[in-house]
Design a protein around this ligand. Structure first.
Ligand code: GRF
Length: 189
């Protein structure tokens, strides 16, 4: 199976996924990282891990449809089977979602359907709920709405700050995402 990872920022999830491919625990080929932000730190991580990177931004195109057509060209040209979103901070348009139905996976830092959107960790923290978590799901045409593959709860304790909660969530993400992607890859073979 051939995988592409999409990321926009720090890339800590990209890093653990790439390492899991390289040490054989995800039995697939990581063909490229796609990044929509030319200065994102994830690109440095990809260089250090020898993962080819494709970078362009919607600003380079007349409209979002053309931008996504270009992405689709790369996916088809490289015969990508599975797209893994790892902090890709854009909503996918229907051209991409429809072409790769059931073959795009996202990670979201809350227990969906609670706290969708850009600030899942902060929104849960500010809401004062006792638990939040991590959700891994297939991507459909909604925002953080597709079929759920896996979830794990994270308790919010009275001594938590937003920073300690972020750390706890990321620790769960870094363990769960490689594990779930490995299972998805194995099941499809
Ligand atoms: C993660 O919290 C992920 O759940 C969300 O974006 C964040 C990306 O972090 N979709 P990183 O770039 O992988 O460090």
């Amino acid at each position: 199976m051939k995988i592409a990872i999409f990321a926009s920022g720090n890339g800590s999830n990209f890093q653990v996924l790439a390492e899991a491919v390289q040490n054989g625990s995800i039995p697939a080929e990581l063909v490229f990282l796609f990044c929509d932000k030319p200065n994102a730190y994830v690109i440095e991580r990809a260089v250090a891990l020898n993962v080819p990177t494709i970078t362009f931004s919607p600003k380079d195109f007349d409209n979002k449809a053309e931008y996504e057509q270009k992405i689709l060209c790369w996916l088809r040209d490289k015969e990508i089977d599975l797209v893994v979103l790892a902090g890709y901070m854009r909503i996918l348009g229907s051209a991409l979602v429809d072409a790769y139905q059931d073959r795009i996976i996202n990670i979201h830092p809350s227990l969906l359907p609670n706290f969708p959107g850009l600030h899942g960790i902060k929104d849960a923290f500010e809401a004062g709920v006792a638990e939040t978590g991590v959700t891994i799901h297939y991507v459909d045409n909604g925002v953080d709405t597709g079929p759920i593959i896996a979830q794990e709860k994270v308790a919010i304790t009275p001594d938590d700050t937003l920073e300690t909660l972020e750390t706890k969530i990321h620790q769960v993400e870094h363990r769960l995402y490689p594990q779930v992607i490995a299972e998805v890859v194995r099941k499809s073979e």
